[in-house]
Design a protein around this ligand. Structure first.
Ligand SMILES: NC(=O)c1ccc[n+]([C@@H]2O[C@H](COP(=O)([O-])OP(=O)(O)OC[C@H]3O[C@@H](n4cnc5c(N)ncnc54)[C@H](OP(=O)(O)O)[C@@H]3O)[C@@H](O)[C@H]2O)c1
Length: 225
């Protein structure tokens, strides 16, 4: 592991994307708690993830308790639930880093770019929270399918957007901890591009019949990434 050990709450960590991130961060040595609205569901997912790890290192609790105990909070809920979930934990995340992986998909046309009126779902959350929380956008382009086997090497880079450079740096390191190359991709408004790319990747998945198309950044030597 390349970073310090963090206490990470993954809100919506019972879902496809959050559980994959949780599994990989726990395996990298971070303290991980799944945040959930449903204790029975969370207990089941937690047990499954810990069985893969061969330990009891992942815990679960309700979203507010998980956020309160964490230093880094990760949001992996559907776009429709993004604002309500952030509102629920607003007090608990004050002063912390919120990593938001939300993609503003509009079912059923998820292979079509349909960004919200504010331009970007994650930038809207930064505006909603003001400067009390350092919001960082990341992982929109990493398919849950790719994350779930912790031994699988993922062929996708991570675009990390946020207005606070030091918060971005922590997220770049957290992505590296789980085997991903990650890049500072500018301020939070640039999250619009990462969010939009996901619909293109879904479109590629459908057209080429693959489970997890990804993106690669070229032209930057590894040491600088
Ligand atoms: N799936 C992917 O490949 C992928 C890739 C990149 C980014 N993302 C983004 O990551 C986020 C999560 O995606 P996902 O596929 O993991 O979603 P998901 O499995 O449908 O949902 C994740 C979790 O969110 C919680 N949730 C669901 N509906 C909710 C609601 N109405 N209110 C509050 N919480 C709710 C649930 O947790 P509890 O029931 O335990 O509370 C659920 O397990 C989305 O914004 C998505 O765009 C997904």
């Amino acid at each position: 592991m390349t970073t310090q050990v963090h206490t990470i709450a993954v809100l919506g960590g019972t879902g496809a994307e959050g559980s994959g991130l949780a599994l990989r961060w726990a395996r990298a040595g971070h303290r991980v708690t799944l945040g959930s609205r449903n204790p029975e569901k969370a207990a089941k997912v937690c047990e499954e993830l810990n069985a893969v790890l061969g330990s009891n290192s992942i815990a679960f609790s309700d979203n507010r308790s998980a956020a309160s105990a964490a230093t880094i909070v990760v949001l992996t809920v559907p776009h429709q639930a993004q604002h309500a979930t952030v509102d629920e934990v607003r007090k608990e995340i004050a002063g912390k880093i919120l990593i938001d992986a939300t993609v503003p998909l509009v079912p059923p046309k998820v292979a079509r770019v349909q960004l919200p009126a504010g331009g970007s779902a994650v930038a809207e959350v930064q505006r909603m929270l003001g400067d009390t929380v350092r919001v960082v956008s990341a992982f929109q382009n990493v398919s849950a399918h790719e994350l779930r086997d912790p031994d699988h090497s993922i062929d996708c880079d991570v675009l990390v957007c946020g207005d606070d450079v030091s918060a971005r740096e922590i997220v770049v390191a957290l992505a590296r901890d789980i085997g991903l190359r990650a890049y500072h991709a500018g301020p939070i408004c640039n999250s619009a591009a990462a969010e939009a790319l996901t619909s293109i990747l879904i479109s590629l998945n459908i057209r080429y019949k693959v489970p997890g198309a990804g993106i690669r950044i070229t032209g930057i030597p590894d040491a600088a990434s």
